[in-house]
Design a protein around this ligand. Structure first.
Ligand code: 5IU
Length: 445
């Protein structure tokens, strides 16, 4: 007989035994959680099952016991038994439902230096525990799951089909959703800008990653100047060092169509993208006009714009109708650099979700930290300066190294640190070098 057949025969026999000794019961039970369940496992009886109880003796490996009531025991140890920190420990449980109990056990084992990667369980109720444990980095193996148990009991006509169906319904309706926390990713490789560009669908994101890689620049300069001559001069000087020029078109005193044309020529010549920091924040129908019409006709020349998520998805729907056809892209403002700003917590999380739902148009975030693991999303961080911690008006600065290494920014945005410098080209080169070295450090560490 094949090994697998032998194993399944043994599982079948074990399940029938458990049924016979009433370790598995059907009826109407109230679980510890307060939920009514049509199936109940009471596996205290498995002390009579040497195959499980004597696993340690059989394999000659030391066994540890975790106390559940450590708090009540005061100074008593949580883990009883002899072990060396750094040793691996396999968790053996009778039943798994949501996985929380195995997870708790793993946490207390890890807190004393043991390594937990696997757990085995006699019965998996199949209510989401396996997935939850996988997210926590623990692989769960079960001898039998509820569905197989039901098949065995039906095959031997131990229970009627109606009871089996009732249990299947219960399992379906009482599965614990996978947690919202991102899965534990041990030793994830950091992708280069080039690799990330290859993963992007949006042409602007692709182009930006390409420029960053080829120019070795993850620097955006914010040209917050009030005349077109000053902006064009700055763009020409810093052009070789930047991947992007950021504008505030509504602070320009002498805006004109010629200015747009000259800026576009400089962008083509020096290979940088233009980002109009317009921060759209109205209802869809209004932002459409603000983007397309008026004096500035932003959609005609800005590769990228940004928007607040505050009005809800309508702001993106409106902007999209104007921008998508022109292959434009948008960044969502998920966090701000200014003191006391309200873009935090749930607001930031909801912004990330909105971006995920509009990936045809949203290519990333203005943020103060990395908010998404999606390598196609670009994180751009303003509030960066090599000297100075603030401006007296709420702005808060971090260094290029902190922005890129600690906060995991892809692009740093620098305004006054460059354009107020007597030699903006040299200043831009310093920021370019600092930020790109920080990126290279991330890649290799
Ligand atoms: N900017 C910020 N912080 C933010 C956002 C935008 O500073 O959270 I959203 C803009 C404002 C300014 C530029 O145009 O970035 C930063 O300029 P300085 O480097 O001069 O502070």
């Amino acid at each position: 007989m094949r090994q697998a057949d032998k194993m399944s025969d043994r599982v079948e026999k074990l399940m029938l035994d458990l049924f016979d000794i009433e370790a598995v019961k059907f009826g109407d039970f109230t679980l510890k959680s307060g939920i009514q369940s049509p199936i109940y496992f009471d596996l205290r009886v498995i002390v009579s099952y040497p195959v499980i109880m004597l696993m340690s003796a059989h394999h000659d490996v030391p066994m540890l016991i975790r106390r559940k009531e450590a708090k009540d025991y005061g100074t008593k140890k949580m883990i009883e038994g002899k072990f060396e920190p750094g040793s691996s420990c396999l968790i053996v449980e009778d039943v798994v439902t949501s996985g929380s109990s195995v997870k708790e056990t793993a946490e207390s084992l890890e807190s004393v230096g043991l390594v937990v990667t696997d757990a085995v369980v006699l019965l998996d109720r199949e209510q989401g525990g396996k997935q939850k444990l996988k997210e926590a980095g623990i692989a769960l193996q079960s001898i039998c799951g509820t569905s197989q148990l039901l098949r065995i009991l039906r095959k031997h006509e131990k229970i009627p089909e109606s009871v089996a169906e009732q249990v299947r319904d219960f399992v379906r309706n009482n599965t614990f959703p996978p947690s919202q926390e991102p899965p534990v990713k041990k030793s994830r490789k950091i992708l280069s800008y080039r690799e990330r560009g290859d993963l992007c669908q949006h042409p602007v994101a692709k182009q930006l990653f390409g420029i960053m890689e080829s120019k070795k620049s993850n620097l955006a300069v914010s040209a917050d100047l009030c005349t077109t001559a000053q902006i064009l001069k700055l763009a020409d000087e810093v052009g070789p060092h930047i991947c992007m020029l950021k504008t505030h078109v509504d602070i320009i005193n002498d805006f004109s169509a010629e200015f747009v044309q000259s800026l576009t020529e400089l962008a083509n010549r020096h290979e940088f993208l233009i980002f109009e920091d317009r921060k759209f924040a109205d209802i869809g129908s209004t932002v459409q006009h603000q983007y397309r019409d008026g004096l500035f006709q932003i959609a005609d020349w800005a590769h990228l714009i940004n928007a607040h998520s505050l009005p809800g998805a309508g702001v993106l729907e409106g902007l999209k109708q104007v921008g998508l056809g022109k292959q434009r892209a948008c960044l969502l403002i998920a966090e701000m650099s200014s003191q006391g700003n309200l873009a935090t917590g749930e607001y930031t999380k909801a912004t990330v979700k909105m971006a995920e739902e509009h990936q045809d148009f949203v290519v990333g975030f203005i943020s103060q930290s990395q908010l998404s693991d999606n390598p196609a999303f670009i994180h751009m961080t303003p509030g960066v300066q090599l000297s100075g911690s603030g401006d007296g008006l709420g702005q808060q600065y971090v260094s290029p190294w902190d922005a890129v290494v600690t906060r995991r920014a892809d692009v740093i945005i620098v305004g006054r640190g460059v354009y107020k410098d007597p030699d903006p080209a040299t200043a831009a080169r310093s920021y370019q070098t600092a930020a790109f070295q920080a990126y290279q450090h991330r890649l290799t560490n």
